[in-house]
Design a protein around this ligand. Structure first.
Ligand code: MGD
Ligand code: MGD
Ligand code: SF4
Ligand code: MO
Length: 808
C-alpha cells in the first residue's frame, strides 16, 4: 500500500475555486468506476472530456456516508460544476489514510445515476406499486406538516415513528430528531439492526455493550486470535478501517509464531487464502461450542477460579446472589449437567450440534488455554440469530473462564473496538418529550398492534405500554421498510393496509423497494453535493474530521434536508427554534469551531477549509483494563458493579415476561436452538440458511450499480455435497424457498461453506410482482426471513432461516 501510494504521487497543488479551497494532496491514479473520462492508466494526468487541457480541477473533500461505518475520505476533482473523477485519501502518514474501497470509489456513478430521484412526488398507485406523480416542494411540505399535525392531534406523538435508517452518516445530515422534538417528540427505538442482541443483553453482564479491545493492541501483544463470525475484510473494508488493522495483525501474529482461528459457517474473505485458519461451524450454534470448551477447561482444571471469584458473579455457587443460592442455577451447574437442562456439555454433546468433531473442540480448547494473550473476538453475525442473546454472552465467557481479559493483547470476546471519540459535535437533537421506545425490530408489530404492546410482552423500554399503533412513519435514508427488514411478504401486507399506518414519508436518492411504499417521496441532495462534516469511521488508528464542500450541484430539484426540515418547522411556527438563526453551512462552521475550541489542537476553520482532512493517531485500547486493575475504584454499570455471569435482572425477566412457546430467557448464557435454529429443518425445508454482509454493497446501498455487482455477484453459497444431490451446478439459477417466501439466485457451488447450510449475501434489491407470484428475482434474503423478534432483545435474528433449494 505504502509503495503504490508513493509511486503514484506525482501531481502538484491545484487551486480550487469554490469556497476558496485549495487541495493539499498529491494525487494517485483514479481507480475503478471513477477513472477520468479520458486519459489512460496508472499515474497519467487525467484529461478533460474534450481531450484538451482546460482550467485546473477544483478539489472538493467529502466522505463516504453510507453505513459500512468507514467514512472513508473522498477527494473529488470537479470542473464546471461537475465531478470528473475521484481520488481518495492521500494525506499524511500512509498508515493513517482512510482510502475508499471500490464501493466508495463508485460514488460518482451514484451521484450521476439516471435513477436519482429528482423532485418531490406523491403516491398515485397502491402502496408498494411504485406509481408516483411529481408535485411541488410546497405541496410536499404542506402535506407532511398537515399529516404530522393530524396524527399528533389524533393519536399523540407516540404514533410518530422514526424508522431505523442508516444510509447517511454526517454531523448535520439528518436533523429529523431536532425537528420532531420541537413538535412534541416521537416514538423512539432502542438498539439497532447491527448489534441488536448484544446491545440489549450485554449491559446485564457488563453494565455496558460494545466495548472490546483494539486489534492494534492484539498486533502488539497477542499470540492467538480467535474470531467468531467476524470478517473485517468484508465488513470493514476501507483503508483506515479494521481490515487494514487486521492485515497488520496477521503479519505480526505470523512473525511471532502465533495463530488465527476463524469460526464461521463460511470461509470468509478475511481468511480466504489462509484455509488453515478456518473452523467451520453450523450457524447459530456458537453457544454450544463455547459450552463444550468450558466443559473441557473445567475438567482439565484450566479455569481461573480466583479471577472469577474476584470479578464475576455466578460462575459457581460461591458467588451466586442470595436470591438464587442453592437452586443449581450457576454457570458451572449448567456446564456440568447439574443445572438448567441437566445435560453435561461435553465435546461429544456439542459435536452433532455444531458439526465440529469432539476432537477438534478439545484441540481448540487446548489451543486457547495454552495462549498467553488470546484475543477472542466476535463479529455481529453470531448474535444476528434467534438465539443471539445467548450466542454473544457464551463467547464472552471464554476469556472470563481463563481470566485472560483486561490484560495486554487480550480481549473480552466483544468485537474489536474503534476510535469513537468524535472531535466535533453533531447538530443538537434537543430532548425527546416521549421517553418510551420500542426495540428497533418491533416496529412492524407496533404498526399492526402497537396498542397491545407492553414492556413484558414486547420489550418496550422506558414505559409499560405503548397505548397506540404507529400511524406515521418517517423514513429518511433507509431501506428498512422492506428490503432490510425481515419477511418482506408479510410486511408488505401490513404496509399496504392504509388503515394501519396512515402516512409514510420516504426520503432517499433512488427508488428503493422501501420508497415504493411512500405516500410522499422526497429526493435528497447527497453529501458530496453540499457542505459536509463528519468524523472518522471504524478505524482504530486515528481520530479525525473531514470538512467537505459541494463537489457538484445536486440534480433536479434536490434540496438539502436541513432546508426542507426548516420549511416544515415553519409550518409549526418553530423555524427559528429549529435553525437558531443559522443556515446549514453556518451550522457546519459552528459545530466545527465548537469541536476545535474544546479540543484545543485542531486546525482553525480557515486552515480546515484549506486542508479538508484532519487526523491524529490514537492509542490502542484494552477492554475493561481499569476494572481489572482496580475493581472497587472502577465498578461496572451492573447492579453489583461486577461482571454478572448470572444476572438477577434477567432471572426476574425470565419469570415475569410473556414468552411464546420455545422462547427462552435465562440468567446465565446457555445454548438454546432458537426459532429456525438447530434441529428445526424439515423434509420440506431441509437446509439451514444464513445471511452475511457482502462486498459489493453496503446493505442495499450501491446495490443498483452494475459494475459492483459484476465484481462480486449475488450468489447463494452451497457446498458441493448439497448441490450434487440436487443436480445443481455452479452458475445455475436456482429457486430458494423458505416458509415465507421464494427467491431466484445464482448458485456458487463451493467447499467454502459448511455442508447442510447455504449462505446468501444480504442487501440485494427485492424485485417481485407483489400483485402476482411474489417470487423475488432480485435474490433479497429478507424475502426468506420469517418475522420473529428474539426472546429478550426482541431483535432481528434474521441470520436464522430454513430453506429448500432447487434448479429454477
Ligand atoms: N436479513 C438481513 N437483513 C439485514 C441485515 C442482515 O444481516 N440480514 N443487516 C441489517 C443491518 S446490520 C443494517 S445496519 C440494516 C441497514 O439497512 P438500511 O439502514 O436500510 O441500509 P441501506 O440498505 O444501506 O439503506 C440506506 C438508504 O439510504 C439511502 N441514502 C444514501 N445516502 C443518502 C442521502 O444522502 N440522503 C438520503 N435521504 N438517503 C440516502 C440509500 O439510497 C439507501 O436507500 O440492514 C439490516 N438488514
Ligand atoms: N461490505 C459491507 N460492509 C459492511 C456492511 C455491508 O453491508 N457491506 N454493513 C455494515 C454494518 S451496518 C454492519 S452492522 C456490519 C455487520 O458486520 P457483521 O454482523 O459482523 O457481518 P455478518 O456478515 O452478518 O457476519 C460476520 C460473519 O459471521 C458469520 N456468521 C453468520 N452467522 C454465524 C454464526 O452463527 N456463527 C458464526 N461463528 N459465524 C456466523 C458470517 O458468515 C460472516 O462471515 O458490517 C458493516 N460493514
Ligand atoms: S469502506 Fe465503507 S465507508 Fe469506506 S468507501 Fe467503502 S463503503 Fe464507503
Ligand atoms: Mo448494521
Amino acid at each position: 500500500m505504502t509503495e503504490t501510494q508513493s509511486t503514484l504521487s506525482r501531481r502538484t497543488f491545484v487551486k480550487g475555486s469554490l469556497a476558496g479551497l485549495a487541495a493539499t494532496g498529491a494525487a494517485g491514479t483514479a481507480l475503478f468506476g471513477c477513472a477520468p473520462q479520458s486519459g489512460t492508466g496508472a499515474g497519467e494526468e487525467p484529461m478533460a472530456a474534450t481531450g484538451e487541457e482546460t482550467a485546473p480541477d477544483e478539489i472538493h473533500w467529502s466522505q463516504c456516508n453510507v453505513n459500512c461505518g468507514g467514512n472513508c475520505v473522498f477527494q473529488w476533482h470537479s470542473r464546471d460544476g461537475k465531478v470528473l473523477y475521484m481520488e481518495t485519501d492521500n494525506t499524511g502518514d500512509t498508515d493513517l489514510q482512510a482510502r475508499a474501497c471500490l464501493r466508495g470509489r463508485s460514488m460518482r456513478r451514484w451521484l450521476n445515476s439516471p435513477d436519482r430521484l429528482l423532485y418531490p412526488m406523491k403516491r398515485v398507485g397502491k402502496r408498494g406499486e411504485g406509481k408516483f406523480e411529481q408535485i411541488t416542494w410546497d405541496e410536499a411540505i404542506d402535506t407532511i406538516a398537515s399529516e404530522l399535525k393530524r396524527v399528533i392531534d389524533t393519536y399523540g406523538n407516540e404514533a410518530i415513528y422514526v424508522n431505523y435508517a442508516t444510509g447517511m452518516y454526517s454531523k448535520t445530515g439528518n436533523p429529523t430528531a431536532r425537528l420532531l422534538n420541537l413538535l412534541g417528540g416521537y416514538l423512539n427505538r432502542s438498539y439497532d439492526y447491527s448489534a441488536h442482541m448484544i446491545e440489549a443483553v450485554a449491559p446485564y453482564m457488563y453494565g455496558t455493550s460494545l466495548d472490546g479491545s483494539s486489534l492494534t493492541e492484539a498486533t502488539e501483544h497477542s499470540d492467538l486470535i480467535v474470531m467468531f463470525g467476524n470478517s473485517p475484510a468484508e465488513t470493514r473494508m476501507g483503508g483506515a478501517n479494521a481490515s487494514w488493522d487486521f492485515a497488520r495483525l496477521r503479519e505480526a501474529i505470523q512473525n511471532r509464531g502465533g495463530k488465527i482461528i476463524s469460526i464461521d459457517p463460511r470461509m470468509n474473505e478475511t481468511v480466504s487464502g489462509h484455509p488453515d485458519e478456518w473452523l467451520p461451524i453450523r450457524p447459530g450454534t456458537d453457544a454450544a461450542l463455547c459450552a463444550a470448551i468450558a466443559h473441557e477447561w473445567i475438567v482439565e482444571g484450566k479455569v481461573d477460579k480466583e479471577s472469577l471469584d474476584t470479578y464475576c458473579l455466578g460462575y459457581d455457587e460461591d458467588t451466586m446472589p442470595e436470591s438464587a443460592k442453592g437452586q443449581n442455577k450457576s454457570y458451572k451447574d449448567y456446564i456440568m449437567g447439574t443445572g438448567w437442562d441437566m445435560v453435561e456439555k461435553t465435546p461429544e454433546w456439542a459435536a452433532p450440534i455444531t458439526q465440529i468433531p469432539a476432537s477438534s473442540i478439545r484441540e481448540l480448547a487446548n489451543t486457547i488455554a495454552a495462549a498467553k494473550a488470546p484475543f477472542i473476538t466476535q463479529g455481529w453475525g453470531p448474535q444476528r440469530h434467534t438465539n443471539g442473546e445467548d450466542a454473544c454472552r457464551s463467547i464472552y465467557m471464554l476469556p472470563l473462564l481463563l481470566g485472560k481479559w483486561g490484560l495486554p493483547g487480550t480481549n473480552n470476546g466483544e468485537r474489536e473496538s474503534m476510535a469513537l471519540t468524535s472531535l466535533v459535535p453533531g447538530l443538537p437533537a434537543g430532548e425527546n418529550p416521549v421517553t418510551l421506545s420500542i426495540p428497533a425490530y418491533q416496529w412492524v408489530n407496533a404498526v399492526d398492534h402497537g396498542h397491545t404492546m407492553t414492556a413484558t410482552n414486547s420489550g418496550l423500554v422506558g414505559g409499560d405500554e405503548l397505548g397506540t399503533d404507529i400511524k406515521f412513519i418517517w423514513n429518511y435514508a433507509g431501506n428498512c421498510l422492506t428490503n432490510q427488514h425481515g419477511d418482506i411478504n408479510m410486511t408488505h401486507e401490513i404496509l399496504v393496509d392504509e388503515s394501519k399506518c396512515e402516512f409514510i414519508l420516504v426520503w432517499d436518492t433512488v427508488m428503493t423497494d422501501s420508497a415504493k411504499y411512500a405516500d410522499i417521496l422526497l429526493p435528497d441532495a447527497m453529501r458530496s453535493e453540499q457542505m459536509n462534516l463528519q468524523t472518522q469511521g471504524y478505524t482504530e488508528w486515528y481520530s479525525g474530521v473531514v470538512l467537505g464542500t459541494p463537489a457538484q450541484e445536486a440534480p433536479g430539484e434536490c434540496r438539502s434536508s436541513y432546508d426542507v426540515m426548516a420549511d416544515i418547522a415553519d409550518k409549526f411556527g418553530v423555524r427559528d427554534a429549529f435553525t437558531e438563526g443559522r443556515t446549514h453551512d453556518e451550522w457546519v462552521k459552528f459545530l466545527y469551531e465548537q469541536g476545535a475550541e474544546e479540543d484545543g489542537s485542531m486546525p482553525t476553520w480557515e486552515e480546515m477549509l484549506e486542508q479538508g482532512v484532519y487526523k491524529r493517531p490514537v492509542e490502542p485500547y484494552i477492554a475493561f483494563e481499569a476494572f481489572r486493575n482496580d475493581p472497587s475504584a472502577n465498578p461496572l454499570g451492573t447492579p453489583s458493579g461486577k461482571i454478572e455471569i448470572f444476572s438477577e435482572a434477567l432471572d426476574e425477566m425470565s419469570r415475569t415476561w410473556d414468552l411464546e412457546e420455545g422462547e427462552v430467557i435465562y440468567p446465565i448464557p446457555v445454548f438454546q436452538a432458537g426459532f429456525h435454529g438447530y434441529g428445526s429443518v424439515t423434509e420440506e425445508f431441509p437446509l439451514y440458511c444464513c445471511g452475511f454482509h457482502h462486498k459489493s454493497r453496503t446493505h442495499s446501498s450501491f446495490g443498483f450499480i452494475p459494475e459492483l455487482e459484476a465484481v462480486a455477484r449475488q450468489q447463494l453459497w452451497v457446498n458441493p455435497a448439497d448441490a450434487e444431490s440436487r443436480s445443481i451446478e455452479d452458475g445455475d439459477l436456482i429457486a430458494v424457498t423458505s416458509p415465507v417466501g421464494e427467491i431466484r439466485i445464482e448458485a456458487k457451488v463451493t467447499p467454502r461453506v459448511i455442508p447442510g447450510t447455504v449462505m446468501i449475501p444480504q442487501g440485494a434489491w427485492h424485485k417481485a410482482n407483489m400483485n402476482g407470484d411474489k417470487v423475488d428475482e432480485g435474490g433479497c434474503v429478507n424475502t426468506l426471513t420469517q418475522y420473529k423478534p428474539t426472546p429478550m432483545a426482541k431483535g432481528n435474528g434474521t441470520h436464522s432461516m430454513i430453506v429448500q433449494i432447487a434448479k429454477a
